[in-house]
Design a protein around this ligand. Structure first.
Ligand code: ATP
Ligand code: MG
Length: 241
């Protein structure tokens, strides 16, 4: 069975889809097979994955319709979809839909991006509570698979912010997500894995040009972030081939 990584946050616009795309790209570049699952009809991750899968045989892209979801059958479906690839990356919408609970329940790792704003922190805490509720409802112990991804800005962190992070890390594991940087958004718009950009595969139509320096910055950020997530799974940490 592959490892299921779910991006979740009950607050919208925190960077779920961006991190899902970056992680998928990093895993592909490391030689893993990946299945991308979109659960938001308006989702940008699915569009990115469709576009990228057309150039990458190690990736497939699947849409699961939340309208048809109920807890039990969706769980079964998700488990079936985990058979095959090394990693399954599933993105959820900002306002939880019927897919969110089964996805949280089945996940090997739940990643919840947040910045250090009041609203993001509130959203983060609500997401963690929802995660715990799924297991309470099932009369099961909550696993240690919930990880907050701190989306850092380029400026230095203040003492007050450091304190906020420390407080949050008392309730959940916190890892560093992608730096909040225009290079990352440019890279997402170019819609390719970092290695493919180097190989000169044309970016998606209408995307902004990305300079070599910006590409390198985005690439390093994506690889660093991917290795940190991969470290969570010791056995799977070694790149294949
Ligand atoms: N690390 C980053 N650096 C720069 N821009 C970013 C970063 N992460 C996200 N963004 C930008 O922030 C916006 C929201 O990001 P994204 O769509 O990934 O959030 P989301 O949590 O998936 O939103 P939704 O809840 O609507 O699905 C996008 O315009 C994206 O380009
Ligand atoms: Mg999204």
């Amino acid at each position: 069975m592959g490892i299921l990584i779910v991006f979740a946050s009950l607050k919208g616009g925190v960077g779920k889809s961006t991190h899902a795309a970056a992680l998928t790209a990093g895993l592909l570049d490391r030689g893993h097979t990946v299945r991308a699952i979109e659960t938001d009809p308006q989702g940008s991750f699915g569009a990115w994955a469709d576009e990228t899968a057309a150039h990458h045989e190690s990736l497939d892209s699947i849409f699961m319709d939340p309208k048809e979801a109920d807890f039990e059958s969706t769980n079964e479906q998700i488990v079936q979809l985990c058979d095959g690839p090394d990693f399954i990356v599933l993105d959820t919408p900002g306002n939880a839909n019927r897919m969110t609970m089964p996805a949280l329940y089945s996940a090997d790792l739940v990643l919840a991006p947040f910045s250090l704003t009041e609203w993001d922190i509130e959203g983060f805490n609500r997401t963690k509570e929802t995660y715990q509720k799924v297991f309470e409802a099932m009369n099961e112990e909550t696993p240690d698979s919930f990880v907050g991804l701190y989306v850092g800005t380029v400026r230095f962190i203040s003492n007050a912010e450091r304190e906020k992070l420390e407080n949050l890390s008392e309730t959940a594991f916190i890892r560093k997500g992608l730096t909040h940087s225009p290079h990352i958004s440019n890279w997402v718009e170019a819609c390719r894995t970092p290695a493919q950009l180097d190989e000169g595969i044309l970016p998606v139509e209408g995307s902004r040009p990305i300079s070599n320096a910006a590409r390198n910055k985005a690439k390093n950020a994506i690889y660093e972030y991917t290795s940190k997530i991969a470290e969570v799974f010791d056995a799977e940490n070694e790149p294949k081939g």
